[in-house]
Every structure is written in C-alpha cells, then in structure tokens.
Design a protein around this ligand. Structure first.
Ligand SMILES: NC(=O)c1ccc[n+]([C@@H]2O[C@H](COP(=O)([O-])OP(=O)(O)OC[C@H]3O[C@@H](n4cnc5c(N)ncnc54)[C@H](OP(=O)(O)O)[C@@H]3O)[C@@H](O)[C@H]2O)c1
Length: 273
C-alpha cells in the first residue's frame, strides 16, 4: 500500500490520537513503518493503538497531555525531535466540536474550542517548525481543519476551523524557503466522537439515523458499535476515520517540490441533521 514506502523510517507526532481521525492516522502511519508518538488525554485507547502498531512490527509511544498546556506540548515535540534526530510529520489533529449558533454558545466552550482547535495547533506548528529547522530534517505539518471552515453558519467551531485554514496558508507562505510543507485537511462528516459535546438531542438524532437508540451524558464517548452502525447506514453521507488517514498518506507521499496547501475530503452526499 502507498503508506509503506511513503512513511517508513519517518518520525511522526499525532495529537488527539486517542480517538477517531487522529487514532486512525496514527495507526496508519505506524503500520506504514513510521515511528509514531501518540498524544492525547485518554491513555487506554492510545495504548491499544500502540499494541496494534507494534503487532505490525512498528514502533510507537504514548504521551498523556492536555494540548492546552503549551509548555508541555512544545517540550514533547522538542524531546521527540532531539531523541530521533529528526521530526518528519506533525499532525495537529486534537479538536473539540460543538454545534449551535454563535450567540447561543457558552463562553467557556468558546474558550475551549479556541484554545484546543486554534492556539494548541499553533503551538504544535511552531514547536514542530523549530524542531524541523534545528535537526535539518525538513518535514510536513498536517493541520486538521473541517468543511465547517467553509460555512459561516457553523458557529464558533467553524470560526476556529477557518482560523486553522488561515494559519496553515499563512505558515505555508512563510515557509516557502524551508523544506517544510504545510497542509490543511478539511474533512466533512466522519464517524467519530466529535459529536460528543453536541446537544444530547443532536447525538440521539445521529444515533437514530443509524437506527440505534441512545441516551448519553454530555461529553460521553459514543460506543464504537454506534459509530460503525451510523457509518454503515449512511455510508455515502458519513466518512470513516480511515478515509482521512488515506488522504494524509497521499499528501505525505507527494514529492518535496510540491505542496498541497488544502485538501477537502467529503462524503459523496450532504448529511442533513
Ligand atoms: N468527525 C468529524 O465529522 C470531523 C469533521 C471535520 C473535522 N474534524 C476534526 O477532526 C479532528 C479529530 O476529531 P474527531 O472527529 O476524530 O473527534 P474525536 O473522536 O472526538 O477525537 C478528538 C481527539 O482530540 C483530543 N482532544 C480534545 N481535546 C484535547 C485536549 N485538550 N488535549 C489533548 N487532546 C485533546 C481527544 O482526546 P482526549 O479527549 O482523549 O484528550 C481525541 O483524541 C478535530 O480537529 C475535529 O475538529 C472532525
């Protein structure tokens, strides 16, 4: 598969690797032969991913941290690069999503979305750029944005993702003289836990679309079987985390003389919630 020669021997960091898209990207990079450093707040699923990566002969580590701790995130990136002598791939994926209008959003949630989706991503980019320059490895920043970035009606969340797109393009321009490429990846709906902080009715509505009855507390993760059922029932409306990992591997496989600034991965049909 494409990933094999593409990432073999590379050193990669993935934030938000305990769930969904980040976890799929980390596992795909690991299966492709990269040494992967998984970052997130929930250790157990990351440890399971490390075991899966090791079972394919790969190498991976887990770091439990909150990406809003800028010093801890920057220190981790620096340490990984120092120990490996290189940093090839930094995937800034950790994110928090809420649905609803701007005026209805609570300030605390707005702050969390801005802190995680924008500021932590910026810290991750800066630390990775510094490490790539210091070790001379060159590398690739993959910033996970969203198609919500293209829709002004997608609340504070969409605003944070629009910021990700602008930061990514600005950095791409500032880094044209470096061997560092920057890609902003905009997924449409993907079957993950991203909806866990949506209003409970919205989460129940998504489960109902898949024919599954579900009542969860706010913030609670959706069972994998519900996510799988939703994706299977709405296969042309909801993408799989692996679909996004495929796109990341494609981007990483392009030659250094190119930069893919933005890549949009949508399911074939629009999901009306
Ligand atoms: N699913 C979609 O439909 C969709 C569409 C477009 C874009 N996206 C974007 O894709 C990215 C991944 O989301 P997902 O869909 O895979 O949702 P998810 O399953 O909820 O995963 C989000 C990840 O971010 C981590 N995270 C959140 N806050 C964090 C913090 N303060 N510190 C460290 N890690 C944190 C979570 O880990 P812990 O909670 O364990 O820390 C988790 O690993 C996000 O940037 C999201 O905005 C998703």
């Amino acid at each position: 598969m494409a990933g094999d020669s593409t990432v073999r021997g590379r050193t990669a960091i993935v934030t938000g690797a305990s769930s969904g898209i980040g976890r799929a990207i980390a596992e795909r990079l690991g299966a492709g032969g990269a040494t992967v450093h998984l970052v997130g707040r929930t250790p157990e699923p990351m440890r399971e991913s490390v075991a899966r990566i090791e079972a394919t002969g790969g190498a991976a580590t887990v770091t439990v941290l909150d990406v809003r701790d800028s010093d801890a995130l920057a220190a981790l990136v620096g340490r990984v690069a120092e120990e490996a002598g290189r940093l090839d791939v930094m995937v800034n994926n950790a994110g928090v999503a809420r649905n609803g209008p701007i005026l209805a959003e609570e300030i605390e949630w707005s702050r969390e979305m801005l802190d995680v989706n924008v500021l932590a991503l910026l810290v991750g980019c800066r630390a990775a750029i510094e490490a790539m320059r210091r070790t001379g490895s060159g590398g690739h920043l993959i910033n996970i944005s969203s198609t919500a970035a293209l829709r002004p009606d997608s609340g504070i969340y969409g605003a944070t993702k629009a910021a990700v797109s602008y930061l990514s393009e600005g950095l791409r321009q500032e880094l044209e003289g470096d061997d560092i490429r920057v890609t902003s990846l905009l997924p449409g709906p993907v079957a993950t836990n991203a909806v866990r902080n949506f209003a409970p009715e919205a989460v129940a509505g998504i489960a109902a679309l898949a024919g599954v009855g579900l009542q969860l507390s706010p913030g609670e993760r959706l069972p994998d079987k519900v996510l799988d059922a939703a994706q299977n029932a709405l296969a042309t409306h909801i993408a799989r985390p692996d679909d996004i990992a495929d796109a990341v591997l494609y981007v990483l496989g392009t030659p250094l003389r190119l930069n893919i600034p933005e890549i949009v991965v949508r399911p074939a049909q629009t999901l009306a919630l």
